[in-house]
Design a protein around this ligand. Structure first.
Ligand SMILES: [Zn+2]
Ligand SMILES: [Zn+2]
Length: 146
């Protein structure tokens, strides 16, 4: 646990960020989960053991972490910002029933040919969002025949 805390502090410092309790708590929280939480979800989680955070402090910590590339914003639903501490290239699976989001490894799909774009467009990167049903939701739909 202490080792992990030190690693987080080192990472923040290596990006030139001042280590504040809020930044530390927000980044540690994001690293510990893979569900791409919203600001509200992070706040609820942190307030369990750190009941001084407000949505505004969480938000400004997230901004600072984003600016140095430790955290990315994931926009899969209109108007809902979710946050991800996985900043490697990856795709997302989004459950249309419960809204769960999980990462899909970059090499799951064969490469999309960006050179097939019409002349004049220079593609640089892309990511795929697969919509469907997660394990729990497809189980449920098997059990209750429509
Ligand atoms: Zn689901
Ligand atoms: Zn992700």
């Amino acid at each position: 646990m202490q080792e992990q805390a030190n690693a987080i502090i080192q990472t923040l410092k290596s990006k030139g960020l001042r280590v504040t309790p809020q930044r530390f708590a927000v980044y540690a929280n994001l690293l510990s989960r893979t569900d791409h939480p919203t600001v509200e979800q992070i706040l609820t989680d942190l307030n369990k053991d750190f009941p001084v955070s407000s949505q505004a402090t969480i938000y400004s910590s997230l901004q600072a972490l984003r600016e140095v590339g430790l955290v990315r914003e994931v926009l899969l639903e209109e108007g809902v910002s979710r946050y991800d501490a996985n900043v490697q290239l990856h795709h997302h699976f989004c459950c249309q029933c419960c809204g769960a989001i999980e990462d899909i490894a970059w090499d799951t799909f064969k490469c999309i040919e960006l050179k097939n774009l019409r002349p004049g467009l220079r593609g640089e990167t892309y990511e795929v969002t697969v919509q469907g049903l997660c394990d729990a939701c497809s189980d449920r739909s098997y059990r209750t025949p429509i």
